[in-house]
Design a protein around this ligand. Structure first.
Ligand SMILES: [Zn+2]
Length: 425
């Protein structure tokens, strides 16, 4: 149990490590899939699936038992509110409850449950806050069923309109709009929240999803921002030919061109600091016959960097690098996603760091390698994030694991930081 002195008020918030761990186990039952060991099962809980709906219902049951009010907005973002002594804008925390198809027990749900633990711990300690506190479960952060990800926070923050996504379908042909309507109907909470309603501040807790904290022996990541990303879809076109008869010198082999283009891209993006992230995660060859020269290759590029100038320079160089490498074939490069690096609010970063110091926890000040809902909420209010280590940095994987004591440490930092923003009587 963490007893911490929160900010200048010296308020004690008793975080209950066992309760927080138990809530993770209960949520992990929704969408449970086998893991590498009996005690390391994974989770497959796509957005708006029966398991996602069941997880939402359980969270609401817990919230009602504590007397918190529950609200939804039209994209089924879920808001659990603990009243303040005044009716000002809430100080919010949260994350997402959906997972990747072969996901773990902590990515996303930790931020929701850590926030809920903070509310419960404040109840247990009899602490009232001036601002209301809210725990938000953002819809469809992962984007595994309905692309793109971070839909809920994007729409709430005004970076996209809900109408853009209504006709999006999953692989089975189900429309986002229909899955959304079914989820709203099955979730016992009024749809009385408007997009863009202000927060006084937002702090999201999340597992790091990388190895840096563990390597450094740190227990908390004080997150400074989210690195930028540039995504592309590349299509290379050649011409089919007979593999036995067409001379190699006369071919327009799309795969050979793609191979040359990718070699050039690896040279372009070589980084001695190992800060740049460059991934080709999808690669399709047509027509895919062993004795036919391929006429078409399509592949994806996911590139990320925390520095805006570096990211822009490399992203701008990608089309010409590919064009210069494909020989007799043609290349089309389409940008599918572009987000500049963002910085969290300096005052929130300082607050999280100060809370970590008070608790005596070793920490790193670091940018986030992955995208998060907080990246969009930051458009609305002063925002920050708290990271905790996950074993070997493994995430988006059934083996994902975080220690109970680290979950509690992150919740304690979150409690102190939120209390500082929400104020106490
Ligand atoms: Zn996540």
């Amino acid at each position: 149990m963490f007893d911490l002195a929160a900010g200048a008020q010296g308020v004690k918030v008793p975080i209950d490590q066992d309760r927080l761990w138990q809530r993770h186990a209960e949520m992990a039952a929704f969408g449970q899939i086998p893991g590498p060991r009996a005690d390391r099962s994974g989770v497959n809980r796509p957005c708006f699936s029966a398991d996602d709906i069941a997880a939402r219902q359980l969270l609401i049951t817990w919230a009602r038992a504590r007397g918190y009010s529950v609200h939804q907005d039209p994209i089924a973002n879920l808001f659990i509110r603990r009243a303040g002594t005044t009716d000002g804008a809430p100080v919010a925390t949260g994350s997402h409850m959906d997972t990747q198809p072969r996901g773990g027990r902590f990515d996303g749900i930790y931020g929701v449950l850590a926030g809920f633990e903070v509310l419960e711990a404040l109840d247990d300690a009899g602490i009232a806050t001036t601002h209301p506190l809210e725990v938000v479960a953002w819809t469809n952060e992962e984007g595994g069923r309905f692309a793109p990800g971070t839909m809920g926070s994007m729409v709430y923050a005004g970076a996209a309109k809900i109408e853009q996504f209504l006709d999006t379908t999953d692989i089975a042909g189900t429309r986002f709009a229909d899955a959304l309507a079914a989820t709203l109907a099955a979730t016992p909470a009024p749809v009385d929240r408007r997009f863009g309603d202000a927060f006084a501040g937002y702090i999201e807790a999340h597992i790091e999803q990388g190895p840096r904290l563990e390597h450094a022996g740190a227990r908390i990541g004080v997150v400074t921002g989210i690195q930028g990303m540039a995504w592309f879809e590349v299509t290379i076109r050649g011409e089919t030919a007979h593999a036995g008869t067409c001379p190699v010198g006369q071919r327009r082999d799309a795969l050979r061109a793609a191979h040359a283009a990718i070699s050039s891209l690896y040279q372009l993006t070589a980084d001695p600091d190992d800060t740049l992230r460059f991934t080709i995660g999808r690669f399709v060859v047509d027509p895919g016959s062993p004795n036919t020269v391929p006429n078409l290759v399509r592949f994806s590029i996911d590139m990320r960097h925390p520095d805006p100038d570096t990211l822009a320079r490399l992203a701008d160089a990608i089309p010409s690098t590919i064009a210069g490498a494909v020989g007799p074939c043609t290349a089309e490069v389409r940008t599918t996603n572009r987000k500049a690096p963002m910085r969290f609010d300096p005052a929130v970063i300082d607050r999280v760091e100060a809370a970590t110091k008070v608790l005596g926890l070793p920490y790193l000040v670091m940018p986030s390698g992955a995208g998060h809902d907080a990246g969009y909420v930051a458009d609305l209010c002063p925002t920050g994030m708290v990271f905790i280590p996950c074993e070997a940095g493994v995430s988006h994987n059934e083996a994902e694991f975080a220690r109970p004591e680290d979950l509690a440490a992150g919740a304690a930092v979150l409690a102190s930081s939120l209390l500082g923003m929400a104020g106490t009587r």
